[in-house]
Write a protein that binds this ligand. Structure first.
Ligand SMILES: Nc1nc2c(c(=O)[nH]1)N[C@H]1C(S)=C(S)[C@@H](COP(=O)(O)O)O[C@H]1N2
Ligand SMILES: [Mo]
Length: 189
């Protein structure tokens, strides 16, 4: 990733445009649970309070949507994905993480990019709690990949040894989705 520069086929805009496959869901954070399961030694649930007690991090990163817009320097705050990986201890054969959104959205994220130092479970964006349309109360943020991998309203992370495709991936989008490689659509099966 080259911070501050623009991948081929992108143009800068000021703020992310909300994209949703369905109605924006919402939930009282006090009832929130993040489920971690699949090929892991220790499946668990993390409550909102527990999440806020984990070490907090801030990441400033450009946000690239596959439709062609990029937003410079979005500030995300939350918990590094590495923190939850340490908790559940994924099996050595894990290659994918399926992120599940409350409204049924899914996306398969390569385990390598999921664990990137910049990848977060974010609950704040640009200094305020996530707005409903940007994923309240929690979203995944994977700055190294196109924005469709940054699942909003995330309620579960499923660790997988074998490829299973998420919502857009099942409709022809790339399994990895690296904007620096222009990985928009899948070639081949
Ligand atoms: N749960 C959920 N997450 C989602 C989506 C969605 O429809 N549902 N859309 C994705 C797409 S296609 C993009 S481009 C980004 C847009 O993020 P934004 O809505 O915060 O601008 O969210 C991604 N995460
Ligand atoms: Mo998108």
């Amino acid at each position: 990733m080259v911070p501050g520069s623009l991948p081929v086929g992108q143009r800068w805009i000021e703020a992310p445009v909300p994209y949703d496959i369905g109605p924006v869901p919402d939930v009282d954070p006090s009832r929130f649970r993040l489920h971690l399961f699949g090929a892991v030694e220790r499946p668990c649930e993390i409550s909102w309070d527990e999440l806020l007690r984990l070490p907090q991090a801030m990441v400033e990163a450009d946000f690239h949507c596959v439709t062609g817009w990029s937003v410079p320097g979005v500030r995300w705050e939350g918990v590094r994905t590495r923190e939850v990986v340490d908790r559940v201890r994924p099996c050595p054969d894990v290659v994918w993480v399926m992120a599940h959104g409350r409204e049924g959205y899914t996306t398969n994220v390569p385990y390598v990019q999921f664990q990137d130092a910049l990848s977060l479970l974010a609950h704040r964006m640009n200094g305020v709690p996530l707005l409903p349309e940007h994923g309240h109360p929690l979203r995944l943020v994977i700055p190294s990949l196109y924005a469709w991998k940054s699942a909003k309203y995330v309620v579960a992370l499923e660790f997988l040894p074998d490829l299973r495709r998420g919502y857009w991936e099942a409709r022809g989008y790339h399994d990895i989705g690296d904007p620096w490689r222009g990985e928009r659509f899948r070639k081949g099966p």
